[in-house]
Design a protein around this ligand. Structure first.
Ligand code: NFE
Ligand code: MG
Length: 510
């Protein structure tokens, strides 16, 4: 008889993800057992797509940002891209740069958040702080906190640090305490990212300044200084702290270059407009098997056979429907199942890396990745793993910070920050971009100057999708299948695999 191991909720924020795994039976010795099947369940319906129907299209970039507090700018950008197509405009010079700068700030915030605050505690032995003998005030405060909690058995007040699962942590006090110190420092870096985004975004996390065609804020010398001074600090944190912590974790847990491979297909819509032609710094494309192909957005379908929505044939998002059916027979999740040419696709930093690496016209990314892989003796194929996803995210943070340093110098004082537009009576538009967690699309239909249809297909919808009508499990479900669990009551392996995708359930169901 197989055993079931279920975790709910699984993520440290943006909750309501449950993961259920079937494993080979555990014997009396409790030997590690392989996962034979996995199911991702999104537990809550939200309904943003339906809330938008009948509204002024200009409400969309404000309302869709509320889908999530972690990646709001991605939704704002996807929405303004969809509207720009519908209105027949592209951002002017300043509009494009300002959007890129606000977006970069939010992407950097999200990558730092993910590594330190959502994932790192899977790899840190928090109780190592009890052996700390230095004088750092923050670490001493953390030590007092943990000492009190452990001695009084009151673990709740030290969440999210304790309680934590027993696992194969690295037995080195400096390793663990160093990561804890950076966990705290990263909180400050995220504050700087939010402040940096608010310089031109007016406020964060939900920017009021994003509009179709650009931004409502004009570039000023003070703004440029305020942005650059923060960017310099963030840049050096990523280069000197984040990347070196990533390498330490990779050296401490090398087995995770072999665990959590997943479906092996990668999709990227591309992000950060380079000019008015629509070309993007991170380029779009797909890799199926090891074969690269240009992106064909007409090949996207969402299907709902295992999702709690009224059954339809698989639909392109421009024709998509969201009709909840909570008691649908055979359905086990509120997440839909997007597919590309009928294939399960992984999205996110690893997908962007793979798609850009294999893109025949993009030798720069290949060179950069090859230098890293050679230096650390990692094969490209090993990147299809838990650690590969973390490494891809870190390398990308570095690339985005470098790009932002370029963009901030390209703003033109005394030029308008946005293109003008009129809302047509009838129009359609699609906004394809990359959120921190992967490919994000908004599809919009306008009738009588109002929104008639609004559909979002979101990164975690791709990654945490349930089985489809062909019986193919989603990307995270596939990454879990085949892993071994040492201890069914402390299934840290499941947490490490799933969190390497950085799931956001608020986004995935929207
Ligand atoms: Ni709510 Fe989001 C997802 C990202 S979508 S965090 O999935 O990144 O824009
Ligand atoms: Mg949707």
């Amino acid at each position: 008889m197989s055993s079931t191991v279920s975790l709910r909720p699984l993520t440290r924020i943006e909750g309501h993800l449950s993961v259920h795994t079937e494993t080979e039976p555990f014997n009396e010795n409790n030997d590690a057992r392989r996962v034979t099947e996995a199911r991702c369940e999104g537990e809550m319906f939200r309904g943003f797509e339906n809330v938008l129907v009948g509204r002024d299209p200009l409400d969309a970039q404000q309302i869709t940002q509320r889908i999530c507090g972690v990646c709001p700018i991605s939704h704002g950008i996807a929405s303004v891209r969809a509207q720009e197509m519908a209105y027949g405009i592209t951002p002017n010079h300043n509009g494009r740069i300002l959007q890129n700068l606000i977006f970069a700030a939010n992407q950097l915030q999200s990558h730092v958040l993910h590594f330190y605050h959502l994932a790192a505690l899977d790899f840190i032995d928090v109780k190592a702080i009890l052996k700390y003998s230095g004088n750092d005030r923050t670490l001493k405060a953390l030590q007092d906190w943990v000492t009190h909690a452990v001695s009084s058995n009151e673990l709740f007040p030290v969440a999210p640090f304790l309680p934590q699962w027993e696992a194969d942590y690295v037995e080195n006090v400096d390793f663990n305490v160093g990561l804890l110190a950076h966990y705290v420092e990263a909180l400050n870096i995220r504050r700087l990212c939010h402040e940096m985004g608010a310089v031109f975004g007016a406020r964060l996390p939900h920017s009021t300044a994003l509009i179709p065609g650009g931004c409502t804020q004009v570039p000023t010398e003070q703004g440029i200084l305020a942005y650059s001074s923060r960017l310099k600090q963030i840049f050096s944190f990523i280069r000197d702290v984040y990347l070196s912590d990533l390498i330490q974790v990779a050296q401490g847990f090398p087995q995770y270059f072999k665990i959590g491979r997943g479906c092996g297909n990668y999709l990227c819509y591309g992000v950060f407009l380079m000019d008015s032609s629509g070309a993007k710094h991170i380029r779009p494309g797909a890799v199926i098997g090891n074969r690269w192909e240009p992106l064909d957005a007409s090949a996207i379908r969402e299907e709902v056979s295992c999702s709690r929505y009224q059954a339809t044939a698989p639909l392109h998002p421009s024709r998509g429907e969201t009709v909840p059916d909570p008691n649908k027979h055979g359905a086990y999740s509120w997440i839909k199942a997007p597919r590309y040419r009928g294939q399960v696709m992984e999205v996110g930093p690893l997908a962007r890396l793979m798609v850009n690496y294999h893109d025949p016209d993009n030798t720069a990314v290949k060179q950069e990745v090859d230098v890293f892989l050679k230096k650390h003796d990692v094969a490209l194929d090993q990147m299809k793993s838990v650690l590969g996803r973390h490494v891809a995210r870190g390398l990308e943070a570095m690339r985005i910070a470098r790009l932002a340093m370029q963009w901030i110098q390209e703003l033109r004082l005394n030029e308008p920050p946005a293109e003008e537009f009129e809302i047509p009576k009838t129009a359609v538009g699609a906004g394809l971009t990359e959120a921190p967690r992967g490919a994000l699309g908004h599809w919009l239909e306008i009738e009588n100057h109002r929104i008639k249809r609004y559909q979002c297909v979101v990164p975690t919808t791709w990654n945490c999708s349930p089985h489809d009508d062909q019986g193919h499990p989603g990307a995270v479900e596939q990454a879990l299948t085949g892993i071994s669990i040492e201890n069914p009551s402390q299934p840290i392996e499941i947490g490490r695999v799933v969190r390497s995708f950085d799931p956001c359930l608020a986004c995935s169901i929207h």
